[in-house]
Design a protein around this ligand. Structure first.
Ligand code: C5P
Length: 378
């Protein structure tokens, strides 16, 4: 329990209700906890008083921080270790789950969202928060997920490493097509979906190469990251690697057109109207699918209308194994959003993945890809 937690409930109440020891201090003079029953596990911890926090971190199969305040999230994401909880987080080698709980404005604050991105990039599994009435009287995102929901997410993990031994190549983010030394054409892709897919794929045990356009996200620690800027650079990075991979997921929003000429000097403001000449970029996804040694190839389709028709057309025309289609320009989901819903199509089937956070939907999509690969092999 942190000092703030103890403002709400006393350690004695927590110990009595749970029947377990309660740890509160980083450096305790005794065995480091309120002891309810002197269990065997606890004796082992007491043997090494000075390193109690390290033992505590190593003993657990999973670390769950619930409720996780904005303060705790900020500390963990920056590697501060000034209390028992933040030290435990830093010393833990097991899977870590965080269930945020805070006022909606604190949750929506850019710095909190950046800290959450960092935690996710470090492999932390985020549960919630939920939307609804808050203790402070406001309404919005920030309610801690129900304990039953937290338990069910814990029990659902960790899935077996069903992609162990496989190599997965993922493209993410937008591209930038330069017009002159100071200007470029780009799009609203944040890269969040591709980065969430990289994390989910790593969790499933695969080796991941992430070819990323310019984004404001922290790269997954265990992925091999290749940073590119233009569609042409992304093409080179992907095509030169694709045959050495088992799966390619094209989640990047690659520019369809690029300026024919990149001016060496800044274009000056002169005429009332001006015209840019653009040329089509090479379709990376379609070319990966044409390779002799092609990986299982998965595309994305972001559409503002006729979602299914366009997705089915891309699946067939680009000769993909699977395509994940999502709406853009709607109130929820799509570009630069924390959430997404996907309609996934393959040769003779489809599945709808309902609106949820991008990490969760990425895990569902990765499971589906593994399932379809097995079927294709069979
Ligand atoms: O045809 P459209 O651009 O809508 O297809 C989207 C899919 O194609 C995405 O998976 C995207 O990564 C991929 N794509 C590509 N190279 C391009 C354009 C799109 O790989 N030049």
């Amino acid at each position: 329990m942190t000092p703030s937690a103890m403002q709400f409930i006393s350690p004695l109440t927590f110990q009595a209700l749970s029947g377990n020891p309660v740890h509160t201090e980083l450096f305790d003079t005794d065995d480091g906890c309120m002891n309810a029953g002197g269990r065997a596990m606890h004796g082992a911890i007491a043997e090494e008083n000075a390193m109690g926090h390290i033992n505590l971190a190593r003993w657990a199969d999973a670390l769950v921080i619930a409720p996780a305040t904005a303060n705790t999230i900020a500390k963990c994401s920056h590697g501060l270790a000034d209390g028992l909880l933040s030290t435990l987080y830093l010393a833990a080698t097991c899977p870590v789950y965080v269930a945020p709980a805070m006022n909606q404005a604190m949750w929506n604050k850019a710095v909190t969202q950046q800290n959450m991105q960092k935690l996710k990039a470090h492999g932390v599994i985020v549960i919630g928060p939920e939307q609804g009435d808050q203790a402070c009287g406001e309404t919005g995102f920030g309610r801690m997920s129900e304990p039953a929901e937290i338990c069910s997410r814990l029990l659902a993990e960790p899935k077996e490493q069903f992609l162990k031994g496989l190599k997965v190549l993922i493209s993410a983010g937008p591209t930038r097509e330069p017009l002159d030394p100071v200007r470029y054409i780009t799009n609203r892709s944040s890269g969040k979906m591709g980065y969430a897919l990289a994390n989910a794929t790593l969790k499933a045990g695969a080796e991941v190469t992430l070819v990323s356009g310019p984004v404001m996200l922290t790269a997954p620690v265990h992925a091999d990251i290749v940073r590119v800027e233009t569609a042409a650079q992304m093409y080179e990075a992907v095509i030169s690697r694709a045959s050495k991979h088992d799966i390619y997921i094209g989640a990047a929003a690659v520019a369809d057109y690029s300026p024919v000429v990149m001016e060496q000097q800044k274009i000056k403001k002169q005429a009332e109207q001006t015209t840019l000449t653009l040329q089509k970029t090479r379709d990376i996804l379609a070319e990966v699918a044409q390779l002799d040694q092609r990986p299982f190839t998965v595309g994305f389709a972001a559409e503002t209308h006729d979602l299914e028709a366009y997705a089915q057309d891309k699946l067939a025309r680009k000769k993909l194994d699977m395509i994940a289609a999502n709406w853009v320009g709607h109130e929820q989901g799509g570009f630069d959003s924390e959430q997404n819903a996907l309609q996934v199509f393959w040769a003779n089937g489809q599945k709808t993945l309902a609106m949820t956070d991008k990490n969760h939907i990425a895990e569902q999509l990765i499971s589906l890809i593994a399932e379809r690969m097995e079927t294709k092999k069979a």
